[in-house]
Write a protein that binds this ligand. Structure first.
Ligand code: ZN
Ligand code: ZN
Ligand code: ZN
Length: 362
């Protein structure tokens, strides 16, 4: 993210003694003449106009003002001696800076009615044109505190609450599974039947359509149609990129001026293309199965452009006890060989009816 400066604007401060609102760069109150205390922060003006005056811009860029450690007078940043008392400003405290005041108020502010005489004043006015009363800053509802999206702290969303409930339910379900699954019983059983199945995939080269960035497409592929798509972001301008900026916002510089900035990135575009390549694809499966005897692989006859693919095997043993039937799936042919029909076994069965352990009956 690149911070881009758009320019500088004047801020305000409100006198704590007489509530007069004063232009940010001004050190003394227009109403009572008192100095701006160090702890009275600058506020965003209701209507912000980018500065054009070179001297004002230079002051805004000079950094935060500083308060004299001897007489607490406000002095511009970079000045070595206090303008009021002549004291050394080496130990002066710089005003707070860097705080986001709010979204840049480029448009005209709504007119303000004077609280004392009711006269309607322009939104940017600091005091009533008719009676001179200090005009209160616009109510919070009139000007939304449009802080940039990324500055907002997320509240507890309904999705989060639903998520928490789901997690709790899953935990409960897991506990139930543990309790049920933990209950096992033993049973004497006889092998009732056995089954095996062995499969060999038959593959052939077939055209397959895929999509990828142009520079990622294999050289032998046939490129189809392309479209421009967002591939990523860059901090710097690069070829085929578009600058995308967020809402401009005003940052307090501590000098009575605010800097209007914008967070920007470059979205980089590239060709995303469909292409066709030949890939080994399963076109058929040879299967052999049986209900007795020794398992065998199916015989495979391959055409000229075909090859043998993955092999797989499944085995099944059905047991009967006095009251139930249980099926068991041996993992290998060697394990399967032990289950001759009619042989006797001792089964350990879980609460869900699946065999967890088995051994030949003595
Ligand atoms: Zn005042
Ligand atoms: Zn001083
Ligand atoms: Zn008035």
């Amino acid at each position: 993210m690149t911070k881009k400066s758009i320019g500088y604007v004047k801020m305000l401060w409100t006198c704590p003694r007489c509530t007069t609102r004063n232009p940010g760069p001004q050190k003394f109150c227009n109403g009572c003449g008192g100095p701006q205390p160090a702890d009275v922060a600058f506020e965003q003006a209701p209507e912000e106009k980018l500065l054009t005056d070179a001297a004002e811009i230079a002051r805004a860029k000079a950094g935060p003002d500083q308060h004299c450690p001897y007489c607490s007078a406000r002095n511009p940043g970079g000045v070595k001696f206090c303008g009021a008392c002549g004291g050394d400003l080496a130990g002066a405290k710089a005003r707070e800076s860097g705080k986001v005041a709010g979204a840049f108020r480029a448009g005209p502010a709504a007119p303000i009615a004077c609280p004392r005489c009711g006269t309607s004043n322009p939104g940017a006015a600091l005091k009533c044109s008719s009676c001179g009363a200090s005009l209160a800053p616009p109510a919070a509802s009139a000007v939304p505190p449009a802080v940039p999206a990324k500055m907002r702290t997320p509240g507890r969303s309904p999705a989060l609450i639903i998520g928490l409930i789901l997690v709790a339910l899953c935990g409960l379900g897991g506990l139930l599974l543990l309790l049920l699954g933990g209950r096992t019983s033993e049973a004497a059983a006889v092998v009732d039947s056995i089954e095996w199945e062995r499969r060999i995939a038959i593959e052939a080269l077939r055209p397959v359509e895929r999509e990828d960035w142009y520079d990622q497409i294999p050289s032998e592929a046939q490129v189809g149609t392309c479209r421009q798509a967002r591939r990523g972001t860059s901090q710097d301008p690069v070829a085929n990129s578009v600058e995308v900026c967020g809402t401009p916002y005003t940052v307090d510089t501590g000098s009575g001026f605010g800097e209007v900035v914008q967070d920007c990135v470059y979205e980089v575009y590239d060709d995303l293309c469909s292409f066709t390549v030949s890939e080994w694809t399963v076109v058929d499966t040879a299967v052999a199965r049986g209900a007795s005897g020794v398992p065998a692989w199916p015989s495979v006859s391959l055409a000229a452009d075909e090859r043998q693919g993955e092999e797989s095997e499944t085995y099944r043993v059905v047991f009967i006890t006095d009251s139930d039937r249980y099926t068991y799936a041996p993992a290998t042919a060697a394990e399967f060989a032990a289950f001759t029909p009619g042989s006797r076994w001792l089964l350990t069965v879980s609460g869900f009816g699946s065999i967890t352990e088995l051994e030949p009956a003595p």
